[in-house]
Ligand binder design. Structure first.
Ligand code: LMR
Length: 393
C-alpha cells in the first residue's frame, strides 16, 4: 500500500533541531526553532504558569473529556486578549485548538468546506508551515511580495499591488506582529490600507497572531488586528499560547472567526465542531486550563505580563548587543536592520548556501531561508555569532 510514497521532505525547522542535538561540537549555537531562551540558555517555565499549575493541580478532580470546543472560559479570555472590545463577541466564534498550527488547519478546513475554490495568499516569505497546512486543507496558495531583501524591510508598494489581485474568492493571510521569518512588520497605516482594500475587493483577511507581547507590547501587537476586526464583516484569526505563555509543548491555541452576524457565528461554530470531531476530537486540556487560570486572576495576569515585558526587553537588548558587536568589533553598519526587526526572528538576507556554511563551519544553526532566532541567543554567544556572521557575509 505504501510503496509508492516518495521519501519525505524534511521540515526545515524541525529537522534543524534534530541536527543540532546530534552535533558533537561544544561551540554550537541553536538559532533555529522559535523558542525563547534565558541567559543560561534554558527555556524556563514562566512563574505565572508554575503558580497556575499549582492551582490547577489542587483543583483538578477529573481527567474526563472537555467539549469539542475545549474550555469555553479559555475561549472567551483568549478572544478578549486578541480582540479586546473591537468586535461584538456575539459575532465571533472561538474554539480551542491543539496549538496555532491546529488552528491554522481548522480554519483552512473551514474555508475549504465553505468555498472549496478559495486561494490563500501568503507572504513571501512566510512561516514555513503556512503553505503545507493550507495545501493539506486542499486550498490553493499564492504568494504576495512582502520582504525587500535589500532594505530588509517590508516592500509595502509591491505588497499592496500584489494584494490588489486578491478578490472575493480569496483569503489574505497576514502576521499579527513579529513577522515569521523576517522580523519586519507592517505599520498601523498599512493595516488601515489593507483593511480598506479588503472592503473594496472583498477578500477575507486571516491573521496569524503567534507572538503577542514580543513586539511592542500586548496591546500594541494587536492594534492592527483590532482595527481590521472592527471594520470588516468577516475575518479569520489564529492565536498561540506557545510563545506568549511559554507553553510550547502543551499545544494551547485558538481559532477565532469574526462573522457577519450572530446566526452565521452559530453555523460556523457548528461546522468547526464537526471538523474537530473528525480530526483530533478534543483539544488537549492542560495548557488552556493554565492560561484560563492566569487570565482569570488579576494577580497572575500581572505576574505573567511582567514576565512577558522582561522577555521582550531582553530580546530588544540582545538585538542591540548583536548590532553593537557588529558595529564596534567588526566596524560595519550593514546589520543595523537587526535592531529594527520585531519579535523573535530576523532575516539576515543570507542565501541557503551561506546558511549552510554558518551551520557546518561555525555551528551556528539558523533556518535555510536566512532566518535566525534572536531569542535563542545568550549574551555570551554574541561575539562568536557576530564573528561567524561577518565571516559568512
Ligand atoms: C518556529 O517558527 O520556529 C515555530 O513556530 C515552531 C514551529 O512550529 O515551526
Amino acid at each position: 500500500m505504501f510503496s509508492n510514497l516518495p521519501s519525505p521532505n524534511l521540515d526545515p525547522i524541525l529537522s534543524l533541531a534534530q541536527a543540532f542535538r546530534s552535533d558533537p561540537r561544544s561551540e554550537k549555537v541553536d538559532l533555529g526553532i522559535g523558542v525563547y531562551k534565558n541567559s543560561d540558555g534554558d527555556t524556563p517555565v514562566m512563574q505565572a504558569v508554575t503558580k497556575a499549575q499549582d492551582i490547577v493541580f489542587e483543583k483538578e478532580k477529573t481527567k474526563s473529556y472537555v467539549g469539542l470546543a475545549g474550555c469555553e472560559e479559555f475561549n472567551g479570555l483568549i478572544r478578549n486578549l486578541v480582540l479586546g472590545s473591537s468586535v461584538d463577541p456575539e459575532r465571533t466564534t472561538t474554539i480551542q485548538t491543539p496549538g496555532a498550527s491546529g488552528a491554522l488547519r481548522m480554519l483552512g478546513d473551514l474555508v475549504k468546506a465553505a468555498k472549496p475554490e478559495t486561494t490563500v495568499w501568503i507572504s513571501d516569505p512566510s512561516y514555513v508551515n503556512h503553505r503545507p497546512v493550507m495545501e493539506a486543507a486542499g486550498l490553493k496558495v499564492r504568494h504576495y511580495c512582502y520582504f525587500d531583501r535589500e532594505t530588509k524591510q517590508v516592500n509595502l508598494d509591491k505588497m499592496m499591488s500584489d494584494l490588489a489581485q486578491a478578490g472575493s474568492e480569496d483569503i489574505v493571510l497576514l502576521h499579527g506582529s513579529c513577522h515569521n521569518p523576517t522580523g519586519a512588520d507592517i505599520d498601523f497605516d498599512a493595516w488601515k490600507l489593507i483593511t480598506k482594500m479588503s472592503l473594496k475587493n472583498g477578500f477575507v483577511p486571516f491573521v496569524d497572531v503567534a507572538y503577542q507581547g514580543f513586539g511592542d507590547g500586548l496591546i500594541q501587537d494587536v492594534e492592527g488586528v483590532r482595527y481590521m476586526a472592527s471594520n470588516v464583516e468577516e475575518m479569520l484569526i489564529t492565536t498561540s499560547c506557545s510563545k506568549s505563555f511559554g507553553l510550547y509543548r502543551e499545544r494551547a491555541g485558538a481559532a477565532i472567526v469574526v462573522n457577519n452576524s450572530q446566526s452565521q457565528a452559530n453555523n460556523v461554530k457548528g461546522k468547526m465542531l464537526t471538523l474537530a470531531r473528525a480530526t483530533y476530537t478534543f483539544p488537549p486540556a492542560h495548557g488552556a486550563e493554565l492560561v484560563k487560570t492566569i487570565l482569570s486572576s488579576e494577580e497572575l495576569t500581572s505576574c505573567w505580563e511582567n514576565e512577558l515585558v522582561q522577555m521582550r526587553q531582553r530580546l530588544m537588548s540582545l538585538r542591540g548587543a548583536l548590532c553593537e558587536e557588529l558595529r564596534i568589533t567588526h566596524n560595519t553598519h550593514k546589520f543595523d536592520f537587526i535592531e529594527k526587526h520585531k519579535g523573535m526572528f530576523t532575516m539576515l538576507g543570507f542565501s541557503q548556501e551561506q546558511m549552510t556554511v554558518l551551520k557546518d563551519k561555525y555551528g551556528v544553526y539558523g533556518v535555510g531561508d536566512g532566518r535566525i532566532n534572536i531569542a535563542g541567543l545568550t549574551e555570551k554567544d554574541i561575539p562568536y555569532v557576530a564573528e561567524a556572521i561577518i565571516k559568512v557575509a
